[in-house]
Design a protein around this ligand. Structure first.
Ligand code: SAM
Length: 283
């Protein structure tokens, strides 16, 4: 029996259900329930929240979330082999765990969730960034979720929290930090997982701000940052010249040096440029 919930240890669950990890599903399992409970605590007070979990696998983090008191967990898992193990957890926490079998990129979870909603997951590396970008670009702001507590490869985590001036700083940092408070809240070595991945991992916390830090139209801001970072080694006057014939004057009007490169430009400047471009396109 395990300490946190009276269910069997995860090693036993994995052996009994023959859940050998599959690389193509990005499977690296967390087996230490003290660690998964610690990750769950990083997601804040879950007692009054519904939690969306992507990729529960054998259920280590799911059990952490439930043991930490989550009101309800909606877990979406692609691997059919994990379903019997997850059903056992649902039996141990009556009415508090719903499992949907399928691809998280194709399932709309909203009809199964009641606000307030938080998202917590040890994400499959092959779909992690795509899901994050979707969660960060909803049709309206604030989004349907209050916070995201997500495990990524350390290199991706660093790109989310990066500040201007370094190689890690790019579109993901701008997108995440424009409307969220972000931070790396835990670092995990490869040995924390079975099988051990080649790289270190980190848990990132993103809390949705009620308003963006600086006003800008999301689509225009995305256009500006895509152009700037797609040619990040070029000066802005050259990487952005396709956006507007007078881009150099627009940059100067925003107080941005046209010979600067994308990675030197902060959020405030990118937003100012997006507003100036939108205005110039309207005129
Ligand atoms: N949460 C478990 C843990 O922490 O031990 C497993 C994490 S493992 C890194 C990623 C999980 O996501 C696997 O269980 C895998 O089957 C699942 N998965 C992979 N692609 C998926 C997708 N498109 N939709 C839903 N689940 C997916």
């Amino acid at each position: 029996m395990s300490a946190i919930d009276g269910l069997p240890p995860l090693r036993e669950v994995i052996a009994r259900h023959d859940l050998r990890a599959r690389k193509q599903l990005g499977q690296n399992f967390l087996l230490d329930l003290n660690l998964t409970a610690k990750i769950a605590r990083q997601a804040g007070d879950l007692r009054t929240c519904d939690v969306l979990e992507i990729g529960p696998g054998p259920g280590g983090l799911t059990r952490g979330l439930l043991a930490e008191g989550a009101r309800h967990v909606l877990a979406i898992e692609k691997d059919e082999r994990a379903l019997p193990a997850l059903a056992e957890i649902a039996d141990a926490y009556p009415g508090r765990l719903t499992v949907l079998h399928g691809d998280a990129l194709r399932i709309d979870p909203l009809q199964h969730l009641t606000p307030p909603i938080r998202i917590a997951a040890n994400l499959p590396y092959n779909v992690g960034t795509e899901l994050l970008v979707r969660w960060l670009t909803p049709p309206d702001w604030p989004p349907f979720w209050q916070s995201l507590t997500l495990m990524f490869q350390r290199e991706v985590a660093e790109r989310i929290v990066a500040q201007p001036g370094g190689k890690a700083y790019g579109r993901l940092a701008v997108l995440a930090q424009w409307r969220c408070e972000t931070g790396i809240v835990m670092s995990l070595p490869p040995e924390a997982f079975v099988p051990a991945p080649k790289v270190h991992s980190a848990v990132v916390s993103l809390t949705a701000l009620p308003e963006p830090r600086y006003p800008a139209d999301p689509a225009v801001l995305m256009r500006v940052t895509a152009a700037a970072f797609n040619q990040r080694r070029k000066m802005l006057r050259s990487s952005l010249k396709g956006l507007h014939p007078q881009i150099e004057a627009l940059l100067e009007a925003c107080g941005i040096d046209p010979t600067a490169r994308a990675e030197e430009i902060g959020l405030r400047e990118f937003c100012a440029l997006a507003r100036a471009l939108e205005q110039a396109e309207r005129d």
